[in-house]
Design a protein around this ligand. Structure first.
Ligand code: GLN
Length: 197
């Protein structure tokens, strides 16, 4: 199994570190030709969604990635990555991939609380370290999504079939459990589907 990490901007190295701790091979997607190597899943890291969206278009990576996500490529997005997946941005006419039925507000926690850390719940997992850094908020999600995590009444992680989106960063330490969840519940089933075809 090979995990690709979008590496045009943001904290892609931290994600690679987590998947390597789990023993998986990772590859960086930096330019269009990188998209045509073998990989089984995609990580969209945190960073700055405006910059990432622009670079993806300038580097001509955008359409290929959007079509692969739309056709079922397993994707795990954190923070800016979640903004890239959202079908709607509140207070912002921009849409990037728009593959996920969520409406997201950027920088939703205001200046005072722009960055904080909690130990939260995610699905069946407890005490998961979660860093919120100028985090967005998922304000709406459609019934075909599954809410996996909430904090103070705000949705912080959602899954829709092959797509997992979080508003926090789970990758900044060495806790590998969310990456394990992604592999076990999304990537492995998707790979066995492909084999059956
Ligand atoms: N505020 C950033 C954005 O709008 C996201 C921050 C992050 O990825 N930690 O893209």
């Amino acid at each position: 199994m090979i995990i690709a990490v979008l590496a045009v901007q943001g904290d892609f190295a931290e994600h690679e570190n987590i998947f390597r701790l789990l023993g998986y091979q990772t590859v960086q997607l930096r330019q269009k030709s990188d998209l045509f190597q073998q990989f089984d899943a995609l990580v969209l890291p945190g960073g700055e969604s405006t910059v990432q969206g622009k670079l993806l278009r300038d580097l001509d990576m955008f359409e290929e990635l959007r079509s692969r996500i739309g056709s079922g490529l397993p994707v795990m997005a954190t923070c800016a990555g979640t903004i890239l997946l959202a079908k709607q941005l509140l207070d912002d006419p921009t849409i990037h991939f728009g593959t996920m039925n969520i409406a997201v507000r950027r920088n939703a926690y205001g200046r005072q609380l722009s960055s904080f850390h909690i130990d939260g719940e995610f699905g069946d997992l407890n005490d998961v370290p979660m860093s919120f850094i100028r985090a967005p908020q998922i304000e709406f999600c459609s019934p075909d999504t599954e809410v996996l995590s909430e904090y103070q009444g705000r949705i912080t992680a959602v899954r829709q079939k092959n797509q997992l989106a979080m508003t926090f960063h789970p990758e900044l330490g060495t806790d590998v459990r969310i990456a394990e969840y992604f592999i076990r519940d999304i990537v492995v089933p998707a790979m066995s589907q492909t084999e059956k075809r």
